[in-house]
Design a protein around this ligand. Structure first.
Ligand SMILES: Cc1cc2nc3c(=O)[nH]c(=O)nc-3n(C[C@H](O)[C@H](O)[C@H](O)COP(=O)(O)OP(=O)(O)OC[C@H]3O[C@@H](n4cnc5c(N)ncnc54)[C@H](O)[C@@H]3O)c2cc1C
Length: 402
């Protein structure tokens, strides 16, 4: 065993035995390669099996939680090799797997001297690593425009468990990482983000009105063909309550105004286009949302990337507030961990699917935070169990939805 690179797991490494799901694991050894060469040396060593790969441990599904064996943590393999502009609309970045999204954004800004180029996959958690994002196929609010399957990769270097390195340049969509294989390095496609952006948050005093409106908006196509819809999000009543009660504990919310006190649901639409076409689309959106009882006078209009960040922070807080709740419950009873599902719609509309979830939760006397990407009916239900009995009931009900 290479003692310089492979360490026995002791109390110093406790934080590497869980992720944001709050599942707890165990392992015999942990290593932190700081280069592909060190990674090769580690893989060539007689490591206790199984091997669990880790990025930043921000995952919410327990994928980086070891169940014995060895951990290989990529957080120190975080070198950015190259960032280049290819044209006025595209560029690329060659990065090691442990580079975080924050680090990538900063380095793009520094190298290209602009904020305009992005790597499109954007789960709201910016401390996640490129390797973690690729391995989980993560995506976020802007998936409405950038898609859910395209990882925007030009090349991917993988290391298989037999020590064989493979360089893929034709990457299938969706990409499925073979078991036991790790991501070493990636050449990311960078795109110039739309120049003019704005967002509007519409508030509703009942969830059923908001959901009926969301059904209508799913088919909304702006009259002006120059307008691009970048994001369309739904945040339900319990998610709003969770955000409001956790507000003090969530740092990204410090610049975000309080939501209207009677808001029971929010629909957020983000669009890009020139000023005139944006105005036209906003008027159309006001017409549609007003039909379902949203008051345009209390809606938020956000112009430019700095302003829309507030809404991205709010959406981030929806997940963060659930994680904080589960963390508290896990301390009370360590059998409780995060329980989230993406229920299948089974031919029902967006509205019908969510209303049936709300009804089922009410009938079972359970609670869950619900938010969704509206356009692709991508609904996230995060259970909020008060105790282990609730947790088990939630698990049973979740199994009937998938
Ligand atoms: C507040 C919050 C908001 C979030 N929002 C979103 C969201 O909007 N959308 C979304 O999809 N996710 C979201 N997530 C979940 C999480 O951020 C993403 O899944 C992220 O991609 C995980 O990256 P990571 O580096 O932390 O990976 P980890 O948690 O460390 O690992 C996740 C998985 O990737 C594997 N992995 C990591 N690195 C490698 C590697 N180099 N080679 C092979 N396998 C590897 C691990 O084995 C594990 O299976 C959120 C999390 C938080 C805490």
């Amino acid at each position: 065993m290479n003692e310089k690179l492979i360490h026995p797991v002791d109390e110093r490494y406790i934080s590497f035995l869980s992720d944001e799901s709050k599942q707890e694991g165990f392992a015999d050894t942990i290593s932190f390669p700081s280069s592909p060469e060190e990674l090769l040396q580690i893989i060539a060593s007689p490591l206790p099996a199984p091997i669990t790969f880790q990025g930043a441990n921000t995952g919410v599904e327990g994928g980086s939680v070891p169940q014995g064996g060895s951990i290989i943590n990529f957080s120190r393999m975080n070198h950015i090799r190259e960032i280049q502009k290819l044209s006025d609309t595209e560029g690329y970045a060659v990065v090691e797997a442990g580079v975080t999204l924050d680090q990538l954004a900063q380095e793009i800004r520094r190298s290209l001297k602009t904020d305009d180029y992005i790597w499109p996959p954007s789960p709201t958690e910016s401390s996640a690593t490129v390797g973690g994002v690729i391995a989980t196929g993560a995506y976020g609010m802007t998936s409405c425009y950038y898609g859910t399957k395209n990882l925007y990769l030009r090349e991917l270097t993988l290391l298989h468990s037999n020590g064989h390195t493979e360089v893929l340049s034709d990457i299938p969509e969706p990409f499925q990482l073979p078991a036991g294989t790790c991501i070493v390095k990636a050449t990311l496609k960078l795109l110039k983000r739309p120049a003019n952006i704005c967002g509007a948050a519409f508030f509703f005093d009942t969830e059923s009105n908001a959901l009926a409106c969301a059904d209508k908006l799913q088919n909304y196509v702006p009259d002006n063909k120059d307008v691009l819809i970048i994001s369309m999000e739904y945040i339900g009543n319990t998610a709003i309550k969770m955000i409001n009660t956790s507000r003090e504990l969530i740092s990204v919310l410090k610049d975000v105004p309080a939501l209207p006190s009677d808001a029971k649901a929010v629909i957020y639409v983000e669009i890009a286009g020139n000023e005139e076409s944006q105005d036209e689309a906003l008027m159309e959106l006001i017409d549609i949302t007003s039909e379902y009882g949203s008051d345009p006078d209390v809606a938020w209009a956000l112009t430019g990337y700095t302003e829309i960040r507030k809404m991205h922070s709010l959406r981030h807080a929806a997940t963060e507030s659930v994680i904080q709740f589960i963390e508290r419950k896990h301390h009370e009873d360590n059998r409780i961990i995060r329980l989230g599902v993406k229920p299948l719609s089974r031919g029902r509309s967006f509205q019908e699917t969510i209303l049936s979830i709300i009804q089922a939760l009410e009938d079972a006397n359970l609670c869950a935070s619900i938010y969704a990407h509206i356009k692709n009916s991508d609904i996230q239900v995060n259970f909020l169990p008060e105790n282990f009995e609730d947790y088990q009931k939630s698990k049973n009900i979740a199994n009937t939805w998938i």
